[in-house]
Write a protein that binds this ligand. Structure first.
Ligand SMILES: [Cu+2]
Length: 458
């Protein structure tokens, strides 16, 4: 009990509905904890039941439970929430217990769980437990395995967490609308033996996408392909917290994809191995070294690395359009096109809000202060210690530092590079000087037939 209480006390933005825990213990439905902020909450160590090493949900939190005669009882409330995607932009979503995605549910292999689901949405819902092996009637497919949960009602699901691994939960009722509104969360089932698959830091987050017109607040739920907000746990850069890691820690990152497309997630400066999916753990003999892992739709990929290279390492989706925020303007490609004042004037007559930009790329936009509509973010933004970062969407940093405490997840600030280790300008490098000094661009020798082609024998 102590560790749960001190966690709740320490974690800003985490509150509990029940005024008296004694009253809640006596009630047949457990209290519903909820979170009021999108900040990453510290790991929630188990207050009872078997020991495990808890995960850290990026810009999220884990749901406390109560133990009732050997069964872990959780309470999810499906409700309308306001989720801040990044400072300056809030989106009206549907979620669970105050946020979207909902809180991570953590349990241990072999745990019996009872999950109460209260529906305060304006329409019926249900929850499917993706990847969990359970009896058919607990699978949450509304109309097929259970009646819909009507607005204002509470249903209960009860099953055993038979296998360890990374799973998720999401609505399985009016799915197109309810998934597009954010009704999803993660489930982490820890091995019974805490030493099995043991890591020092264990991160989890979901991939989701939304179509929110700049200046509006509600995602367009009929959208199928044309999304403009690419999120890690319903946050976009620069609103995504860094993954803070102690030098030489063994690190796991669990990524679940409930968007409409695949996301190749790339980590700089390290090689990792993919160790798990939503089907369980991958045998060592089948693990491949990678530096990018593609996370297909409706799946989970967990990868592990030894963080032996200190620094600020980019962790991002490799689809370059997914590391941008919504475009507030219709942009055409003008790279290499000289835009003289005369041409700009002529175009402006035809297109009054035309902005001359992009003739040498669009990086300059990151430092332009274009007035955007209310509740919108710059397309590319962020400021690093060397200049503008020119990113948005699915982008964050893994910050690897020596000298951190075991449980220190605080942002350590920008990396202090050892002297002489940063790429820098050299003197005499201008094209003119290079020519003057006889450093010419050398044509490589023309390729010749190798001599093995059969036409040689004619
Ligand atoms: Cu992507």
């Amino acid at each position: 009990m102590m560790s749960r209480r001190s966690f709740i006390g320490a974690a800003a933005g985490l509150v509990s509905v029940a005024a008296l825990s004694g009253r809640a213990q006596a009630a047949s439905i457990p209290e519903a904890h909820y979170a009021t902020s999108a900040q990453t909450q510290p790991p929630l160590s188990p207050s009872n039941g078997p020991e495990y090493h808890p995960v850290v949900t990026l810009n999220g939190w884990s749901l406390p439970w109560r133990m009732n005669e050997g069964v872990k009882e959780f309470h999810l409330v499906a409700e309308a929430v306001v989720r801040e995607f990044a400072p300056g932009m809030k989106v009206h979503l549907w979620g669970y217990n105050g946020q979207s995605p909902g809180p991570t549910i953590e349990a241990v292999e072999g745990d019996k769980v009872r999950i109460f689901v209260t529906n305060t949405l304006p329409e019926p819902t249900s929850i499917h437990w993706h990847g969990i092996l359970l009896p058919n009637g607990m699978d949450g497919v509304a109309g097929v395995t259970q009646p819909h949960i009507p607005p204002g009602k509470t249903f209960v699901y009860e099953f055993e967490m038979k296998t360890s691994g990374t799973f998720m939960y999401h609505t399985h009722s009016d799915e197109m609308v309810q998934m597009a509104m954010g009704l999803m969360g993660m489930i982490v089932v820890h091995p019974r033996d805490p030493e099995q698959h043991r890591v020092d830091r264990d991160f989890a987050f979901m991939l989701a996408t939304y179509d929110v017109d700049p200046g509006t607040y509600v995602p367009k739920v009929v959208e199928m392909t044309n999304f403009n907000m690419w999120t890690f746990n319903n946050r976009v850069f620069p609103g995504i917290d860094p993954l803070v890691v102690r030098l030489n820690d063994r690190v796991r990152v669990r990524i679940a994809n409930l968007s409409m497309t695949n996301h190749p997630i790339h980590l700089h400066g390290h090689h990792f191995v993919v160790t798990g999916t939503d089907g369980g753990w991958i045998p060592r003999s089948a693990q491949m070294p990678e530096s990018t892992v593609d996370v297909p739709v409706g799946t989970i990929r967990a990868f592990e690395l030894v963080a032996n290279n200190p620094g600020d390492w980019a962790l991002h989706c490799h689809k370059s359009h997914h590391t941008m925020n919504a475009m507030g303007h219709d942009l055409r490609t003008f790279i290499g096109v000289k835009q003289s004042p005369r041409i700009v004037e002529a175009i402006t007559k035809l297109v009054p809000d035309y902005m001359p930009m992009g003739s040498s790329g669009m990086g300059e936009m990151a430092s332009m202060h274009m007035p955007g509509p209310d509740n919108s973010l710059p397309m590319m933004t962020g400021k690093g210690q060397f200049g503008p970062i020119e990113m948005g969407g699915m982008f964050t940093l893994m910050k690897i530092r020596s000298g951190l405490a075991r449980d220190d997840y605080k942002d350590p600030g920008p990396y202090e590079f050892p002297a002489g280790t940063v790429a820098h300008e050299v003197q005499g490098g201008s094209p003119e000087t290079l020519r003057h000094n006889g450093v010419e661009r050398t044509k490589s020798p023309t390729a010749r037939p190798s001599g093995h082609g059969h036409h040689e024998h004619h």
